[in-house]
Design a protein around this ligand. Sequence first.
Ligand SMILES: Nc1ncnc2c1ncn2[C@@H]1O[C@H](COP(=O)(O)OP(=O)(O)OP(=O)(O)O)[C@@H](O)[C@H]1O
Length: 684
Amino acid sequence: MYQLFKRRGLFPDDYYRPYDEPQKAPASVDSAYDAWLASRVLPRGELLVPGAHRRFSLFNVKLAFIILRTSAFEFFSHILSLHPVRTTLMMALNIVRSIFPAFRGYSQALIIDELQALITSGNFTWSRLLHLVATELVRRLFESLLDSFAASNETMVMDSARFYVEYVQMEQRIRLDIPTLSDPVVRDLLQESDLFARSFSGSGFGLLSPLDFIHIISLVTELLSHTLLILSLTGGATHYGVLLLSIFSATLPLFVTWFGCPQAHSESLYTPREARAADRQEKMRNLAYNDAHRPEIELFGMGDWILKTWASARKVVLDSEQTQQMRDSSLISKLNFSDFLFALQNIPLVLLLQTSSASLGSLTLYRSSIQSVILTSRNLLATSRMVFQGIFFMSAFCAGKTIKPQLQPDEEDAVCYQTSPRGATITARGLSYTYPGCSEPALKDVSFTLQSGETLAIVGYNGSGKSTLAKILLRIMDHDLGDLFINGVDIRRYDPSDYHQHLTAVFQGFSKFNTTVRENVGVGRVEKLRSRTTIETAIQLAEADSVVNSLPYGLRTLLETPGFESMSYSGSGCAPSSRQHGLSGGEWQRLSIARAFMRANEPQTSSLDAHAQNQIFDTIDKISRSPNTGERIKSCVFITHRLSTARRADKVALMKNGTISEFGTHDELLQMNGAYAALYRASV
Ligand SMILES: Nc1ncnc2c1ncn2[C@@H]1O[C@H](COP(=O)(O)OP(=O)(O)OP(=O)(O)O)[C@@H](O)[C@H]1O
């Protein structure tokens, strides 16, 4: 697999390793992807699980800078370009709003001082008091108007940013092919990229969104404005010294937590064993909660096993969380600083009282400002910490955009699929394939030739590699060794989406979508989703018309699915639940065949059918011939366990232990008197 990735140029040479082996940080880091990968490697060669918080170390700070340099600028410029005026306004308003608290404190202090002066001089009047209160109310009104305008502006900016990242996420998932998506590195990358996208809706592991970079700026401004106020109230070196001491000691515990105990979150740092346990407990929980599994859970009495497995996995996770908590609550963070701090903060207050300029207003202002400094420092540290983590998740998001699907040919190698009048010619030479993480190949040295217009039946025992070969022929997986030529051209040179235009397939494990019959069939050829005629023809070809006609709302019937695939969501305007209807396994299969037949009328289509039966073979045979001359115009490969169906194909391939052990016409194989002949005789 590593060789394959190297060849495809998906990952740099020196640091892709299967996850079971110790990991090594990349030798040089000069892209967001490198930095993301390097930030996950722990000193012992273990990998951080996706979503884990990065330690605040010098190395990670350097990586964060590389990410900012290589991808953050591009990302933020894109966000800015979505709403340039509103985003700029949002930044400006954030800074303006950050000065408000200090200004508020100052204004209140002025009112108190003025009242104090009025009372001591004996000039107090109620009208003067009302005037002061009214002024304060007007100031507050202005503040709240600006606040609500800023909030609505921010919502618009955030919504468009959220749409953008979610769109890119969806695009990424759809663009990548099965081999790329099944790679563990890519899976982790996409998981962290998802966390980044979710942080925009405020649900990414408690992360703030990346736009909180702006909040850092406003928090710094707020901190500065309070500090300036305090400095203006206090004077002299003694005051400054004590003041600095009190602020430092107020924020010290925060720094200790930030630098010393970076794994405050329970999910932050799992060992591979703990990560596996976390995964297992989640799977068991899903089994217990999902109604789709209920019949089998009851039938096979899986309840106890689920509970036991969940309990042992849960214990491992809880133990790990406990260890982390104990690590986090180190002695220094357990020390209760609050009383001590309170005393320290009062020292400048006492000194301030000694000065002749001390007034009630200035004392109140001092007290509230010092509290604000502490609060703002806390917010600043918490926000910075989240942003620090967010930078790494952002690198996953940006790196995800650049992953090249493994099956995509290089531009200079790509060729367009050229149709041939009688269907595709398939030539396989020494094809081998090993699933990731497996030691034994699922396909070994498979060679055969299928001429255009011929039908090939693949037969063999369970697990002999039939589906694997079909997936390679369908180009949804890539072979490791050997060559596969379609119409004389290496299959690797075709763009998969171009190649797929010219074939169709029925899968054994076909998808059951929780949507209408029409959409369940129509997705076989999305551009014809609105063409009722095409859908009805496909349904007729698949002999599924009796199924559809028996449904209360025909094509508009909303199908209930036991599985997870869902194409509808609340508010989508889907049919009401009264239009829902369940189908039997066989009826679903008919619809899946109709889905495949959506492409069957294309003259050059090669049909591939998994686990076909006699009746289906008749239909496939009918549509793979020209309606005028009756000549074959499509090649067809199908997998079957029924040898009575296999004998009707032009060629039969018997698969055994991942390879084709016998190949030829039905009669040739019978004459060979080998395994096929024995199986055939046993079946009749
Ligand atoms: N995703 C996978 N990961 C790892 N191994 C796999 C995977 N899918 C299949 N295999 C293994 O590859 C081998 C061939 O499987 P394949 O599904 O191609 O067999 P098959 O002949 O189609 O079987 P069946 O008739 O039961 O459908 C089997 O040993 C199987 O366990």
